[in-house]
Design a protein around this ligand. Structure first.
Ligand code: HEC
Length: 414
């Protein structure tokens, strides 16, 4: 089973990293979609940590072998194989760092680490919002780096196929070809199913058909050609490969900001407030604070599962709940925008508040319809996408009201 030029151990270690990585990535997709307050979340977290630890062990083994390995003597141009090896090496280094950032991220959030079903490990640090933001940004940034590396590797493989008739298994080191193919497949599935699972299989079918098409074209081009011989690795290729691979990491590091507008540290204007206070201190003196919520409905339950749950990933709703990526929203109705104590808002949001924006049902609906368009410069993005449907907006507003204003008597009942 060993690939040309690679030792048997390198092949086994490479495939172990790949299989564990794919299992870990799948678990991460489940974890990211699981209800923040659901019973399954703790199980998913445990498996995420366990698989992450196993990936780490396999990567360490693979990297130890890497040091003693000569570049493979293959039927491909050495520059192409050199580049493939650098992509793999940089990906392995990312996998080496990720678990450590992940552990600090969890501890800074007061979460306990447990490997699968084993008891929790003692936390080595106190809750710390700044550390949580920083490690959270880069833990997710490393995921984006892998995504960018995976895409670069996939393009490389496409090139290898069309130009030289050699693909996934020959262009990249053992296991790594499978790792990036399964990795991109999993990403395609994840990105097409933010809201609901239906579009997933179709997106995968399109992606796989595209790959099969490239493979078929390459096969037609190369089926009668004899293998060419290739020269040696030039100095430019030798140094360009690591430089480009490391540049790709920079692109990946920008991912969490590009996609979710999060930042590694608080940026913007911090609202003054007594230490430790993270909620509005008084009920707003505005009619919007005193509206009775509509009774629960089946439609609302659907909206809770598909849309509202994303609000709760970034916002706590109970009195003095911690600020997450977004501010705590307790008693938000009727308040001026950008005023929750000890949260750092974008200048856009702080300005909107100064100019008189007040959170009524209509204004929240307007904001979540498309935060980036309606309030340019805001640091909020709805992870599942803008919410153009008025019926969904209304349901979200109603759910939010029930969660944040339960202890405020409606006007009619006074
Ligand atoms: C990815 C994280 C994220 C998600 C998801 C998210 N928010 Fe936000 N939200 C933020 C951030 C960050 C801010 C602060 C924005 C700023 O300063 O520009 C914010 C601000 C707000 C505000 C204004 C608070 C204030 O004090 O002025 C409201 C209201 C709000 N969000 C409601 C929602 C609702 C409803 C949803 C779900 C549809 C939601 N958010 C989803 C991150 C998020």
């Amino acid at each position: 089973m060993s690939q040309q030029g690679y030792s048997r151990n390198a092949t086994i270690a490479g495939w172990m990293v790949a299989l564990l990585y794919v299992a870990h990535q799948q678990m991460t997709v489940f974890l990211a979609r699981s209800d923040r307050f659901g019973s399954l979340r703790e199980d998913y977290r445990g498996w995420h940590y366990l698989l992450g630890t196993l990936v780490l062990a396999a990567v360490v083994w693979r990297l130890l072998l890497w040091r003693r390995e000569a570049a493979p003597a293959g039927t491909l141009p050495p520059a192409l194989q050199h580049w493939g090896r650098w992509l793999a090496l940089v990906a392995y280094l990312v996998l080496l760092v990720a678990p450590f950032l992940g552990v600090i991220y969890a501890w800074a959030d007061d979460l306990k680490i447990h490997l699968g079903p084993t008891p929790a490990l003692p936390s080595l640090m106190a809750r710390d919002r700044d550390v949580w933001m920083f490690t959270g940004y880069f833990h997710s940034g490393l995921g984006f780096m892998l995504l960018v590396l995976n895409l670069a590797a996939l393009i490389t493989v496409g090139w290898g196929l069309l130009r030289h008739g050699k693909g996934l298994l020959a262009v990249l080191p053992p296991g790594y070809g499978f790792q990036i193919f399964a990795g991109v497949s999993s990403t395609v599935y994840a990105f097409s199913t933010f809201r609901s699972p239906e579009p997933g299989p179709r997106a995968l079918a399109i992606f796989w058909s595209g790959c099969a098409l490239v493979w078929l074209v390459a096969w037609l081009i190369h089926r009668k050609r004899a293998a060419a011989s290739h020269g040696t690795l030039g100095a430019t290729a030798r140094f360009a490969a690591p430089a480009v691979a490391i540049t790709l990491l920079g692109v990946g590091a920008y991912g969490p900001h590009a996609l979710f507008k999060v930042t590694p540290w608080p940026m913007g204007e911090k609202v003054a407030g007594p230490e430790g206070v993270t909620s509005h201190l008084t009920v707003a003196d505005h009619p919007a604070a005193r509206i009775a919520p509509a009774p629960p409905s089946a439609f609302e339950n659907k909206v809770r599962d598909e849309t509202y749950k994303w609000c709760r990933f970034c916002h706590t709703v109970e009195k003095n709940g911690v600020h997450l990526v977004g501010p705590n929203l307790y008693h938000i109705f009727g308040q001026r925008a950008g005023q929750v104590p000890n949260f750092t808002y974008s200048t856009a949001m702080a300005d909107a508040g100064r100019k008189g924006l007040v959170w009524t049902d209509e204004r929240i609906a307007w904001f979540i319809a498309d935060p980036q368009k309606h309030l340019p410069g805001t640091s909020m993005i709805v992870s599942s996408g803008p919410i153009p449907d008025p019926a969904v907006q209304k349901a979200v507003v109603n759910l939010l009201r029930r969660d944040t204003m339960a202890d405020v008597a409606p006007a009619a009942a006074r």
